[in-house]
Design a binder for this molecule. Structure first.
Ligand code: NAD
Length: 318
């Protein structure tokens, strides 16, 4: 890996942390093979390509590929100087059933140690409670975050964040306890930009904002959403129509979708998932190009009937 092209990339500061993060970042769930069976070497090349082109933020979780993504990312990171990248992982989610969530203090401690070992590092830049809407928000406030502050004091993690789908989980937590970052997904995309409404609140609290899934986990792609995608048929169809419209006008919808997310300056970074080195290059090249305002206008028009529509996630009370 070489590190010569970093000047092309733009960086933004993540909330009140001192982390300077590339505006586009690498979602390593792709290394766990959640979208398709990815060959490990291709995933590692994708990660190195991102790093070469100035991406400095890598997000993973023990949940992705049930530890596979962390293990593959750890292999990719071998031999790279630790100060060349920022590493974020998660804890609390270890599967798809409610029984696979554990936000207890004891599990938080073992989880961080296991992640450090798989990733082959001695500290994490960011540890995030993963998909907290599946757990008890009271436990996150009173047990998990305080446990993570102790782990932070031990030097194992630099900053602490929370992730999840329903936007109201964020103020529920942040009204009660200090957290450094939030990771929201599928809420700052062409089809759903509802995160916008929460930005003033998050900025007032100096919370770093990470936006994931600018392609809405494949809804906004020419390939279309994967079979497990939780969106309704109405949402899937409208997004497919938008993708078709872009293709007819000679533009991939992926390009418009990534440009749209990255142009919002209050969002520090946009996490894109792909284990394909060519896609990594394309995604980074696209953010250098100006957005096609007319195409954007027409695509937003096609998506209007489903604008800001989403799906349920987690416990009903959250
Ligand atoms: P995404 O919107 O980034 O879409 C990923 C899909 O788009 C993949 O199928 C990929 O192959 C495809 N793709 C990417 N670039 C492409 C291109 N140029 N051309 C064609 N297809 C392209 O969704 P995601 O992967 O779910 O999210 C990105 C990352 O965000 C994840 O890897 C993860 O790190 C993070 N994330 C976190 C949470 C959470 O914490 N709860 C939830 C979702 C995502």
């Amino acid at each position: 890996a070489t590190f010569s092209k970093e000047q092309m990339m733009q960086y933004r500061i993540l909330g009140k942390t001192d982390l300077s993060v590339s505006v586009i970042s690498f979602g390593a769930s792709s290394l766990g093979g959640v979208f398709r069976n990815v060959r490990e070497q291709e995933g590692i090349r994708a990660m190195h390509t991102a790093l070469d082109l100035g991406v400095n933020f890598f997000d993973v979780s023990p949940y992705y590929g049930l530890t596979k993504a962390e293990t593959v990312l750890g292999k990719a990171l071998q031999g790279i100087p630790r100060e060349k990248y920022l590493l974020a992982t998660k804890l609390g989610r270890y599967g798809d059933d409610f029984a696979d969530f554990d936000f207890s203090a004891a599990r938080a401690a073992t989880s961080v140690d296991e992640s450090l070992r798989r990733l082959g590092v001695d500290y994490l830049d960011l540890i995030q409670c993963h998909d907290i809407e599946f757990g008890s928000l009271d436990q996150i406030v009173n047990e998990t975050i305080p446990a993570l502050r102790k782990i932070q004091e031990q030097g194992k993690v630099r900053f602490i964040g929370i992730t999840g789908l329903p936007l109201k989980i964020f103020p529920t937590i942040l009204d009660q306890v200090e957290v450094d970052t939030i990771l929201s997904y599928c809420h700052y995309s062409l089809n759903d930009a509802s995160l916008e409404g929460l930005i003033p609140y998050l900025q007032a609290k100096l919370v770093g904002i990470i936006n994931a899934s600018p392609l809405s986990m494949g809804l906004l792609s020419q390939r279309g959403a994967p079979p497990w995608h939780p969106a309704s048929d109405e949402i899937k169809q409208a997004c497919a129509n938008a993708a078709h419209y872009c293709a007819e006008h000679g533009e991939p919808i992926e390009k418009l979708a990534i440009q749209f997310a990255v142009q919002q300056p209050q969002i520090t970074t946009t996490l894109v998932g792909t284990a394909n080195p060519e896609n990594v290059k394309r995604n980074i090249q696209w953010i250098e190009e100006p957005i096609d305002e007319e195409l954007l206008h027409n695509v937003l028009d096609i998506l209007k009937p489903i604008h800001n529509k989403t799906w349920l996630s987690g416990r009903p009370e959250n």
